[in-house]
Design a protein around this ligand. Sequence first.
Ligand code: ZN
Length: 497
Amino acid sequence: MNTAYDTLINRIREIGKIHAIEEILDWDQQVCMPTRGVKARAEEVALLAGLAHDRLTDPEIGEVLARLDDRTGDPQVDANIRESRRAHERAVKVPADLVRAIARASSLAKEAWEAARRDADFASFAPHLATVVGLRRLVADHLGFADEPYDALIDEFEPGATTRDIAAIFAELRAGLVPLVQAIVASKRPVNTDILKRRYPIDAQRDFVSAIAIDMGFDFESGRLDQSTHPFTSGSFPGDVRLTTRYDENFLPMAIFGTMHEVGHGMYQQGLLPEHVFTPMGTPVSLGIHESQSRMWENMIGRSRAFWEHYYAQAQRCFAGALTDVTLNDFVAAVNAVTPTCIRVEADEVTYNLHIILRFELERDIIAGKLEVNDIPDAWNAKMAELLGITPPDEAQGCLQDIHWSMAAFGYFPTYSLGNLYAAQFYAAAEQAIPDLTNQIREGKLGTLLSWLRENIHRHGQRYRAGELVEQVTGHPLSVQAFIRYLREKYTPIYGL
Ligand code: ZN
């Protein structure tokens, strides 16, 4: 291998190590740091972020990249060069002053958002949001875009995805979901979710979800499961993957499906190849592909009847008394109940995507300058009525519910629904490749699916872009068909559609 490539990879690995240290500090802050450590920790993290940015924008990396061809004949080398070039070019295009201005503005906006949400008062947040939007538009201008500024922002989270492609996919998704939700709402078949709100002792929950994590294939010698207010997965090395979950004694699904979700993320991290650590080849493809792994385990496996045919008897034993009078069918229906509600993070797997479509459509217009910040509350409520048939009682449960905009994270939301679509299409391909997959799940054998995911998705790191990976694994470009089919097959028996 030529020296320029070695120099590049050494530099890129150093930056990867700085990010890995940032992740550990963040994990520590969310899991076990004393509250008074916050101020020092913010300074430590800011220092590391600055170091990583300085290294990534170092002109020497630019010089080395200029000497390297993107097509060397070795696909792994090509991927590392391509993605390093992308990261370097994105970093140098945005002036350091603008990066600092966004950090400052969003830290003020976050504070204003917390107060505004508490008081259900969008007007007090609006000027901060307008500043953040203006800065984000400037970033898009610096980065450049083909059609519209939102393209440049999406590209940060889902490299290669465009507004136009997502808009086309989401239009189909919307057309498939809205009538399905209407049919479910009109269904006369009752689903009793109160059974999930009985008393489920937290120690028993902890034992139950840990056992599931092991059965799923999460390697506890290369990872941990802890508790935090907001569950997350952290880890940039396959040998040290840290998951968190949370427990509610009076709401069983939170810990079970939250844990399965994070284990799905975590097993992706554990499935990256150690020899590529800290390089693009050892890094997940995109947020959307990452989310496909968590959603598949959480919903396609965890909320399937087949899964509970194996685990339900264990659950009944584990939560002594709480489920003895509940049939398997009633339990499966309860964990899959669909109800249009105002809050995205509490939404079921059908209506969830309508919350995302709403945000995508608004963000696109905000960034394009077609929707003024002051008009967001009305636009939000109109779309809620259109998509979900409900109106938020106040702005706190409407346009103020998410933290993302205060953090300037425009372009992030679409990756959640893309993840659901990727998951369904991957899962349909897995079912074709493993004809008795459902029977295996019924017997609690989850290893064949994990091996298939490792082989087809995890080990490739960033060798393929998301769109290419989907085509390569499933034989087709991304579409909504597999997801809509999956939902119809699941919900028809539950709601007697
Ligand atoms: Zn996730």
